[in-house]
Design a protein around this ligand. Sequence first.
Ligand code: NDP
Length: 453
Amino acid sequence: MLQVIEPATEGTLAELEQAGVEETDAAVARAKAAFPAWRRVSPPDRAALLRGLADALEDRLEDLALLEARNAGKPISDARGEIGMVVETFRFYAGAPERLLGDTIPVAGGIDMTFREPLGVVGLIVPWNFPLVIAGWKLGPALAAGNTVVLKPAELTPLTAVEFERIAVKAGIPEGVVNVVVGPGRVCGQRLVEHPDVAKVAFTGSTEVGRGIAQAAAQTIKRVTLELGGKSANIVFADADLERAAAAAPSAVFGNAGQDCCARSRILVERSAMDRFMEALEEAVEAIRVGDPLDEATQMGPLISAGQRDSVASFVGEGAPVAIQGSAPEGPGYWFPPTVLAPVSNTDRAAREEIFGPVACVIPFAGEAEAVALANDTIYGLSGSVWTRDGAKALRVARAVDTGVLSINSNTSVRVSTPFGGFKQSGVGRELGPHALEHYTEVKNVYYATGEV
Ligand code: NDP
C-alpha cells in the first residue's frame, strides 16, 4: 500500500493501492480501446463535454483545493487559485476542438489540404509541486485534440488526480478516455515511456529524469514534451521602482515554498542599488507568514518531504552567506524558513543548481551586458524577470535572455492563454495557449487529384 503523507503534520492522509507494470499496461489498453470512439466525437460535442468537465471541477473547487493544500502542503489560498486555473484550462481548451484548423495549399492537378489528427494514447507524467494544475495543462489540450490519456501523478501527491478521474467520468467523459495510474515513476512512468502503444509522453519534473525519458523514448520514436528545471534570473536595474521590485521578489522565489520550476531564485541586482534593494527585501522576507497551510493567512507552507528539506538545507550549511532569514514553525512538518544568501557569485553551487526550496541568491552586477551574461550563464532557460523604468532596455534585455517565459516589471510566468516552456535544459515543447495543441496532434497532408491539368 502507498501511504500518502501530509507534509505539515507528517501524518498519514490516505492509503492507496500501488500500481505496477501490469496495471499500467491495463490502463494503456483501456485508453487504446477508447481512442477510436473518442476521436470520432464531433467537435461541438467534444467541446460541450470539456465545458461540462470544467463546470464539474468548478463545483468541486473547494474540496479539491483542500485536498491539494493538505497533500502538497501549500497555502489554501494558493490551492484555490490552482484549482481555479484547472477549471480555466478546460474552459480554454473547450474552444479547441472547433478551432483545429488546417490549410489548403495551391498545387497542380488537384487540391491539397492539411488536417490535425490526434496522436492516440498519450502518457502524462506529473510532479508533486503543482499536482492537478500541471496535469490540467496536459489533459486540456490532449483531450481537446481527441487523444486518450494515462495520467501518472507523483506518488507523493496522487489524491487530486484520483479524484479527477472520478469527476471526469461523472461529467460524461467516456470510460477509458482518462485513466489514472498511481505507482512509482521508475516502474509505471518508465513503462509508459517504453510502451509501444503510447504515442507520446508529456512530462514535468527534474531535468535528470527528463533526460532519461528522452533517451528511452527514442526506442519507439515517441513524441516527447518536457518541462524541466530552472534557475531563473530576476534582474533588477538601479533605475527600477526598487521598492516594488523588492516587495515582489519574495513571492517569486518563496511561493510554493520555492518548489517551483519558475522560481526566480537568482536575484541579480545592479551594484549601485544593492543597499536600498536589500533593505526593502529584508522587510518583505521577514513579513512572510509561514505556517499551517489551512490557515487563510498563511503565505508559505512546509516542503513536500523530509528528503526535500535535507536537500534544501545542504545549500545553507556552515559558511553560507545568510543575509536574511524569515521564520518557520517548530515541531512536526517539513519546515524551512525563507532564506536569502547574499552576496553570491554566479559560480557558487547555490547559484548553479536548482534548490527547489525557499532559498534565494542575490548576485550583484554592473551594467546591462553583465546582467545578460549572468542571466544566461546557466544550463537552464525557463523564466525570468526584468525590472527597469527604461522601456527600450527592458525589451533589449528580454530579447537577449535565453528563456521561454519572461516578464517585465512583473514576476508572473503562467497564463492559460499564453505559451509556457523552456529553452536549453529546461525542456522541449510548449504548454498552454494555442501552442500546446501542436504537441498533441500530427499534421496530415492530403492530396486530392481533381483531374485538372
Ligand atoms: P522527478 O523528476 O523524479 O519526478 C517527477 C515525476 O516523474 C513523478 O511523477 C515521478 O514519479 C516520475 N518519475 C520518476 N522517475 C521516473 C522514471 N524513471 N521514468 C518516468 N517517470 C519517472 O522529481 P522529484 O520528485 O524526484 O524531484 C527532484 C527534483 O526535481 C526537485 O528537487 C526539483 O529540483 C526537480 N523538480 C522539478 C519540477 C518542475 O516543475 N520542473 C517538479 C518536480 C521536481 P514518482 O515521484 O511517483 O516516483
